[in-house]
Design a protein around this ligand. Structure first.
Ligand code: PMP
Ligand code: GLN
Length: 378
């Protein structure tokens, strides 16, 4: 068979979760909570299923949910996105990102990606013939080198993919960073995807800076988000995309035949649940407490922590433990010590090995305790 993607391997999240299951390891690898979502959300899902909200939802998403998103973006970022023309509900942020890429990328288009990068971006670009131009965010502070960005953005650049708060580094880019990006891109013709799935997981009083705050680029920017993260239901795969009306029109041309619409009762249930703003405003404190607990528990180990400003991941160099490459180390940690993590090389086009692994701390205290106990015995 002539594979379209001959070099692509199974995503690291599947690989490490399978390995964790096979060896009964604690799974701090793939990013998902191991605690229950709020019971009111589950009750609401049941309610809408029993009330027969079981047929196709509107192609662009349930109105109540789109209205909620429009109000939230206006409230937090003072930006106006029209719920009919500029907001679409998607099958998670993944489909939003993939469909956005499908709607604009043609053969030979250059796409700038900041690495370490979420593993979906590069293959999605390449599937449509795009060529990735990576820019490395350097260990340990993962700041953007704006001079390099200036040099790499050319008339061939079709798209820049930006992720804030950043998975896997835990970095939060500031208002000033966004302004610098704006000044570099304003005279260019390229599009932007700003992947903001961790927008409500920011710590130590740091505020999320959405690309919605850059109105001069609105007509060229897709902003993607995930209710899986916001409501602790990663398995529901509901997210959304914001874009200027003309750009959204192109997005929907693909979306309508790619998925048509998203699971109906979930959309109603999420809209009801988020009516209570505490259900998402409390996330910063909730996850900050988990981060602090986990990082404190690791302070007695020889891991060198990379500060996590946001997301539900924290990463660390393990070089005081082992000279192994990060994939081998993560495998050994899973098999021999029963704690699964993600090796950072999975987030680089050239599998760069910096002896760093990523832990997901979106777990119950008992899970974190058990993992910490094992990690402290290393
Ligand atoms: N972008 C980033 C940075 C992610 O970490 C994830 C994983 N949640 C996604 C996109 C995909 O989100 P979803 O599960 O809603 O498809
Ligand atoms: N976003 C999750 C992570 O970074 C994983 C999503 C997936 O498994 N595809 O761990």
């Amino acid at each position: 068979m002539n594979s379209k993607l001959p070099h692509l391997e199974t995503t690291i999240f599947t690989v490490m979760s399978q390995l964790a299951n096979q060896h009964q390891a604690i799974n701090l690898a793939q990013g998902f909570p191991d605690f229950e979502p709020h019971s009111s959300l589950i009750e609401s899902l049941n309610y809408y299923s029993y009330q027969n909200y079981n047929q196709y939802a509107p192609m662009i998403g349930v109105e109540k949910l789109r209205n909620f998103i429009a109000q939230k973006v206006e409230r937090f970022h003072h930006a106006i996105y029209h719920p009919e023309q500029e907001i679409t509900i998607t099958n998670g942020a993944s489909q939003a990102i993939f469909t956005a890429i499908a709607s604009i990328i043609e053969k030979g288009d250059e796409v700038i990606i900041f690495e370490p990068a979420y593993d979906l971006y590069k293959p999605a670009v390449e599937m449509f013939g795009g060529v990735v131009q990576p820019i490395q965010l350097k260990y340990p502070d993962y700041q953007i080198d704006f001079e390099e960005l200036k040099q790499k953005v050319t008339s061939n650049t079709k798209l820049v993919i930006f992720n804030n708060p950043n998975n896997p580094s835990g970095k939060i880019f500031t208002a000033d960073d966004l302004i610098q990006i704006e000044s570099i891109l304003k005279d260019q013709n390229c599009y932007i995807i700003s992947d903001e799935v961790y927008e409500h997981m920011t710590f130590d009083g740091k505020e999320h800076q959405s690309f919605a705050r850059i109105p001069s680029l609105k007509e060229r920017t897709f902003i993607t988000a995930s209710f899986g993260k916001l409501c602790h239901v990663t398995g529901w795969k509901v997210g959304y995309v914001l874009a200027g009306a003309a750009l959204m029109k192109e997005f929907r041309k693909v979306h309508q035949f790619n998925v048509f619409c998203v699971h109906t009762p979930s959309q109603y249930a999420i809209a009801d649940y988020l009516d209570d703003e505490n259900n998402y405003l409390e996330l910063n404190d909730f996850f900050q407490q988990k981060r602090d607990y986990f990082v404190k528990g690791l302070s007695t180990t020889k891991f060198e922590m990379i500060p996590a400003e946001g997301t539900y991941f924290v990463s660390a160099s393990y070089k005081n433990y082992s000279p192994l490459d990060d994939k081998s180390f993560a495998q050994q940690l899973t098999i021999d010590h029963k704690v699964a993590t993600i090796p950072f090389s999975a987030f680089y086009h050239d599998a760069l090995n910096e002896h760093v692994i990523r832990f997901c701390f979106a777990k119950q205290e008992e899970t974190l305790d058990a993992a910490l106990e094992r990690l402290n015995r290393l």
